[in-house]
Design a protein. Structure first.
Length: 360
């Protein structure tokens, strides 16, 4: 592709050089022709009126007439060609006006030579329209996903609030419905928090403060902080952490480990095992977070880092996620020039592997 482009550029340059050479030749021809015409015209005129001027006056008149004639001819040619030139730009101007109005389906027919600079302009406008069209589709998909995620908790909050207005409910029933409303509100709040975080992370304006710290200590303290959750489910924690120093934004990375750990706890049935391993591999810190949970099918693994993607949607309704957690994980890891991968066997478990640059 690059070679093809360079070839086009070289051809374009050669073509432009030939055009300039042709222009110079045409100019010389014009000047000679108009000077000769002026010379014979002046001499004929003076002879006709029976005058014989000095050489100086004859030359002066010839130069003047030649100058005025060539200016006149060139001016006329300029006007004709300017109109023709503007005609080439008409489809480009029309396309730009349609793009400005939000119509990104425009395509200027590439009927010009691609080696020509005008051809390059047409190509770039067509490319820009395709990119804008794609962004517009993503924007619409994003809005529809957000609306859907907001709609379902709101519907359930509205429904249970209506039921709660009945006087015939027992105290237990009332508490049960209030509990659901509280959970759904928390889900909405988490959704907006995650959305804001992801938008900020993707904007490149998110504060990013790297500092040197011990990754094993951070992982250990986060595992301890989530003890109530894994203890509640009777989950076994298998932890093995080598001492590894990294230079990273501690708060951002803590979000990565929390998201991965919480997913493992969420998707592992009671009595299962979660493993957290940290190893140094040359210049890299490699972190494995594995579980003996429900796993993810092969088709779904390809999508789980996409925003709003939830594997097995019916199953996820009960777990209450919004499908943003892993998109946040991926973004933060990439900001640290690391990588994240997943391996999973449905019914057996899942392992997330994060690789980050380690300090010596
Ligand atoms: P959510 O908030 O829904 O958990 P995530 O982006 O964190 O969103 O995860 C996307 C989907 O990936 C989840 O809905 C779930 O189906 C799947 N998933 C993530 N982690 C695991 C895991 N450890 N075990 C099984 N499935 C998982």
């Amino acid at each position: 592709m690059e070679v093809q482009h360079r070839g086009k550029r070289v051809l374009g340059r050669g073509w432009r050089f030939l055009k300039s050479l042709f222009g110079i030749c045409l100019l010389l021809l014009f000047s000679t022709a108009s000077w000769s015409a002026a010379y014979f015209f002046i001499h004929y005129l003076l002879e006709a009126v029976g005058r014989q001027p000095s050489d100086y006056v004859g030359q002066l008149f010839t130069q003047l007439v030649a100058f005025v004639t060539s200016m006149g001819i060139m001016g006329t040619i300029g006007v004709i060609f300017r109109d023709k030139h503007m005609e080439r730009f008409r489809p480009v101007i029309d396309a730009m006006q349609r793009i400005a109005k939000g119509d990104f389906t425009v395509k200027i027919p590439p009927n010009e030579r691609v080696t020509d600079q005008f051809g390059e302009l047409v190509e770039s406008i067509n490319h820009m329209a395709v990119e804008l069209n794609q962004m517009e589709k993503m924007r619409q998909e994003f809005i529809s996903n957000v609306s859907h995620e907001i709609q379902s908790p709101l519907t359930s909050i509205g429904g249970f609030a209506r039921i709660l207005q009945s006087d015939e409910l027992s105290r237990e029933e009332r508490m049960h419905y209030l509990g659901i409303i509280e959970k759904e509100s928390a889900r909405l709040s988490k959704l907006s928090e995650n959305l804001l975080k992801l938008t900020s992370l993707e904007s490149d304006h998110h504060p990013f403060e790297r500092r040197r710290y011990r990754l094993d200590k951070q992982l250990r303290s986060l595992i301890l902080a989530s003890e109530p959750q894994w203890q509640d489910k009777g989950i076994d924690m298998d932890v093995s952490l080598e001492d590894v120093n990294i230079e990273a934004d501690e708060d951002l990375l803590s979000q990565v480990w929390v998201n991965l750990l919480h997913n493992s706890i969420k998707f592992t049935p009671a009595g299962g095992t979660i493993g957290v391993q940290l190893k140094r591999n040359g210049q890299q810190a490699v972190i494995f977070i594995s579980d003996t949970g429900i796993g993810i099918s092969e088709d779904e693994v390809a999508h789980i880092f996409e925003r709003f993607y939830k594997a097995d949607k019916s199953r996820n309704r009960s777990t209450g996620g919004s499908g943003l957690g892993l998109a946040i994980v991926k973004r933060i890891v990439e900001m640290h020039t690391g990588s994240v991968a997943v391996q999973s066997v449905p019914g057996q478990g899942t392992t997330f592997t994060v690789r980050l640059p380690a300090l010596p």
